[in-house]
Design a binder for this molecule. Structure first.
Ligand SMILES: [Zn+2]
Length: 443
């Protein structure tokens, strides 16, 4: 008899490879954190001496990969809404961060976000925030998988004095997690407007030397693009290219206001695009031309951005939005179809992380990062097309199970590694403190 730890028996299996299909009558066996076999149900049920998990009405699919988040900012959910990006940042977010950012803020905010992410089916997150060493501890303890891109900015923060200090602290963290199975550390230069030319060049050199991922906010708004042209004579994407920072390790977040030439530049360099549809819509920032990028061969992943600008961290909701606005933007209902949206949140996310060999699909040998989405509710009936149900009909709360490396972190809708009651109490304490400070900003 084969030697497995757990065998999962879903009604529907959505492996994402080798093609866009839904399989029934099959089970998935897990061993030592990896997918060990995909077996016919009858054969799988006869395996003895292992844990069997029945998943009636559930679709078992790869865990969702959220390629852009600021986890700790979940404490600022609903703190300042209905504002333009720069007003939101300059009058609310930055003054509040200057006052409150600490290890404690980052720990509580990160844990709140991790709980939210896991319950919504995210099993891997790419995060960027101050005190990434604190987020790393929270990720480690929760069992989530993450790429932590440490912030690099020129201004002083509670975390680091200047860009050089950011890089030194970040590289020490990268060293610390070098052999960690679930945590990778990369560079997070904030944007071309918050980081000097010299620093961007230095990040480019170091990232190449260390073969490390780089994530940067780029072309978030039309105003950012215009300001860059005024400042440097170049569009942000060209500025990045000139600094040697545009390549297959680079994850460009947002990417609105793109012309044909910009798309050509991204494609030529093999850089990845991270689409954050809800954040862009909410900040009125612009819309990333997803289908055009995909048609040109660019890899496009999806991110929620932080809860301060979304205000959700729910990936099912995010890929639904991505599909809907993709169609509107292109004036074509065939654009960003349901399967494309699912691929963006799985296979494409894995590729953007440089981890396509072990994440993004249910395949033997890959990490056992999976979710079970419960489609029993009447809002999913009748069911003709499962991809359609997952993308267009979910509300985001149907995730019943989330496994990372074979470990159930959400089981039957309940968090397994984080204390829900304790998280709620801590969030309550922060809302009192932050709420009082917020009033001083409005005087
Ligand atoms: Zn962001």
């Amino acid at each position: 008899m084969p030697d497995f730890d757990t065998v999962l028996h879903p009604d529907f299996l959505v492996p994402m490879v080798p093609k866009r299909e839904v399989i029934t009558g099959h089970s998935v066996a897990v061993k030592a954190g990896q997918i060990a076999a995909i077996l016919p149900r009858a054969q799988a049920q006869s395996v003895v001496g292992v844990e069997h998990v029945e998943l009636p009405h559930c679709a078992l699919m790869p865990g969702l990969i959220n390629l852009h988040c600021h986890a700790a900012m979940s404490l600022l959910r609903g703190y300042a809404d209905d504002l333009s990006l720069m007003t939101w940042l300059q009058q609310y977010i930055w003054p509040t961060e200057r006052h409150f950012i600490s290890r404690e803020f980052v720990r509580d905010g990160s844990e709140l976000a991790i709980a939210d992410l896991l319950m919504g089916g995210t099993t891997t997150v790419a995060d960027q925030y101050f005190f990434p060493e604190v987020t790393a501890e929270a990720v480690d303890q929760s069992g989530l998988r993450a790429l932590l891109t440490f912030p690099v900015i020129d201004v002083e923060t509670a975390w680091a004095r200047d860009a050089e200090a950011c890089i030194n602290r970040g590289l020490a963290l990268r060293d610390q997690y070098r052999d960690h199975d679930r945590i990778e550390v990369g560079f997070g230069p904030h944007s071309t407007y918050m980081v000097s030319e010299q620093t961007l060049s230095r990040v480019a050199m170091l990232a190449e030397e260390l073969d490390a991922p780089v994530q940067i906010h780029l072309h978030e708004t039309r105003e950012e693009v215009l300001a860059s042209v005024e400042r440097s004579g170049m569009r942000p994407i060209d500025f990045l290219e000139q600094r040697g920072l545009l390549g297959p390790r680079t994850q460009c977040v947002h990417m609105t206001a793109l012309g044909e030439q910009d798309i050509e530049t991204i494609a030529t360099h093999g850089a990845h695009v991270v689409h954050c549809p809800r954040s862009n819509l909410k900040l009125g920032a612009g819309i990333c031309p997803v289908q055009k990028l995909i048609d040109r061969g660019v890899n496009v992943a999806i991110g929620t951005d932080g809860a301060a600008s979304n205000n959700r961290l729910n990936m099912l909701g995010e890929l639904q939005t991505a599909s809907l606005i993709g169609k509107t933007q292109h004036g074509d209902p065939k654009a960003v179809d349901a399967w494309t949206a699912l691929e963006m949140a799985t296979l494409h996310g894995a590729r953007a992380l440089g981890q396509a060999d072990r994440l993004g699909s249910i395949e033997v040998g890959k990490a056992a990062d999976m979710i079970a989405v419960d489609l029993a509710g009447i809002q999913h009936l009748p069911r003709y097309d499962l991809a359609s149900s997952l993308v267009y009909a979910t509300s985001g709360s149907e995730v019943r199970w989330s496994w990372v490396a074979g470990k159930p972190l959400v089981s039957e809708g309940k968090l397994q590694t984080l204390d829900y009651t304790d998280l709620t109490a801590r969030a309550g304490r922060w809302s009192e403190q932050l709420g009082a400070f917020r009033q001083t900003l409005e005087l």
